[in-house]
Ligand binder design. Structure first.
Ligand code: NAP
Length: 467
């Protein structure tokens, strides 16, 4: 009975993972997708606990309890803006688990390992070990515990490729000589070193692409673990993780108009553009107040809102939604333009706006809305910078050059809410701040938008009482 039940649990888990992943491809169904995946994971865990190899449950219960507490605390207390580093550290743990399982299995089999199994074990520990340290480095860079800028030195790519080739040679050697435990452990040490060296030359802005690539490696390591310990759900789940992570990395690179190889080997972001350098200070901007913005918004017929990373930092999505609601009530056409790389992780703005219950039909992807800016009264930019920076179209030496941007500059009036003239993630000055039709409103997005809500509500009640 139990083996059938186990297979049934794994089958249900695998189906739920596939359906969940499919549902994650749209903001509308993403929550449902997460729910399916969670239930799938529950089935996978219950199925695994039914395995007859398990003779004692004490340590498993302790592990599940400790892991659940840590996971819950991370989910509750880690801010949304720290999500990329949270994901990076989770991959590191996942890869550590896969590597430890691989080492334990190698140890148990004591060198008596057939070729196919050794290939799976070797792959598992090699990709597992480089993902452990690579993800930790990504975490350190994103959390600013280590220098975020790319660290480069002479012959870096060549020496990295040579180290990888030597490590891969050890992997092949082990397949035919599985009893060479020294080679096995040296290969793991080299894998750990590759993880560090691979992430060193990659800049902070490109880190989410790397995190997603490491996600893919962790998935491949998990899949190999599945082959090594004959666990079907791990094979399926790891393969899904591996391929989806890989595709996501490619899609993110494409959205930044960069080749995948350029992200991994390009060391982009080594030189930060100094926005306070001569030239920038000669330009002038006019400082507007929330009163001025309320005046303009209430007289507009169409508004496109552009959210960016600063909206997430300020946690101003609820106030923004309130403003949109007031405007819609007044008959203004309000839409949100979502740039594919706005924020710091894929879908960041979708998740943020969903948190404030912004209806999905108000959200438009860049390609759907970009031609409409020219017929729009106001582009309201909240905490976004790089995704509307015209340097991406014109400035060939800019790190942004070539990235498709939202055509906010084509709207009749541009309102920008941010704290200063400071640059965005790419470190590039933004000409749009100095444009004659731009109204800069300085301050934390939440306090600016909250004042705006109060002003608009007051105006509304004044109009009602006058009528
Ligand atoms: P951004 O260019 O990083 O600009 C965000 C702006 O928000 C900053 O200029 C900052 O200006 C402002 N800000 C910060 N805190 C604020 C607060 N409390 N209140 C108001 N404003 C605040 O953001 P973006 O336009 O969303 O562009 C995203 C960037 O990240 C792109 O370069 C993209 O390539 C990169 N990236 C994204 C992903 C992804 O998956 N989404 C992945 C990799 C890289 P002040 O300091 O003046 O306030």
């Amino acid at each position: 009975m139990t083996p059938y039940l186990l297979d049934l649990c794994y089958l249900v888990a695998a189906i739920l993972f596939v359906i969940g992943l499919k549902a994650l491809s749209s903001p509308e169904s993403a929550r449902r997708g997460m729910f399916y995946a969670e239930i799938g994971m529950l089935f996978a865990i219950v199925g695994t606990l039914l395995r007859h190899e398990i003779v004692q449950y004490e340590w498993i219960i302790i592990g599940i309890t400790v892991g659940s507490i840590i996971g819950a605390l991370m989910a509750i207390y880690m801010p949304m803006t720290a999500m990329p580093q949270r994901i990076a550290i989770s991959h590191s743990f996942g890869a550590l688990a896969a590597t430890l399982v691989g080492i334990a299995e190698y140890h148990t089999l004591n060198g008596q390992i057939e070729t196919g199994l050794m290939a799976a074990l070797g792959f598992e520990v090699l990709f597992g070990s480089l993902t452990i340290t690579g993800s930790m480095m990504a975490f350190g860079k994103l959390q600013e515990l280590v220098k975020g800028a790319p660290v480069t030195y002479r012959f870096q790519n060549i020496s990295n490729i040579a180290l990888f080739a030597a490590t891969f040679a050890m992997f092949v050697y082990l397949i035919f000589n599985p009893a060479s435990s020294i080679v096995f452990y040296v290969m793991i040490a080299c894998g750990l070193a590759i993880g560090v060296l691979m992430v060193l030359p990659i800049g902070g802005a490109d880190m989410p692409v790397v995190v997603s690539l490491l996600n893919s490696y962790a998935g491949l390591a998990a899949s190999a673990t599945g082959f090594a310990i004959q666990n079907k759900v791990l094979i399926i789940c790891g393969a899904l993780d591996g391929t989806s992570g890989f595709f996501l990395s490619i899609l993110m690179s494409r959205a930044m108009n960069r080749s995948f190889a350029n992200v991994i080997f390009g060391a982009v972001g080594a030189v930060k553009h100094d926005v306070n350098a001569a030239g920038a200070e000669e330009k002038t901007v006019i400082r507007y107040t929330p009163d001025d913005v309320a005046y303009i918004l209430e007289r507009a017929q169409s508004v496109i809102i552009i959210p960016g990373y600063g909206l997430a930092v300020a946690r101003a999505q609820h106030a923004l939604h309130e403003i949109a609601g007031i405007l819609i009530e007044q008959g203004v056409s309000v839409r949100y333009a979502i740039h594919p790389v706005a924020g710091r992780m894929p879908g960041h703005m979708n998740v943020l706006l969903a948190e404030a219950n912004v209806p999905y039909d108000l959200l438009f992807e860049m390609d759907q809305i970009n031609d409409d800016f020219q017929n729009t009264d106001v582009a309201l930019i909240v905490g976004a910078n790089d995704v509307v920076n015209p340097a991406a179209r014109t400035k060939k030496d800019s790190p942004l050059y070539g990235m498709p941007i939202l055509n906010a500059d084509q709207a009749r009036t541009v309102i920008i809410c941010k704290r200063s003239l400071g640059a965005g993630f790419a470190g590039e000055d933004n000409e749009l701040f100095y444009d004659k039709k731009t109204m800069m409103v300085f301050g934390d997005a939440k306090s600016t938008l909250t004042s705006l809500v109060q002003l608009m509500k007051k105006e509304e009640s004044d109009v009602k009482s006058a009528a």
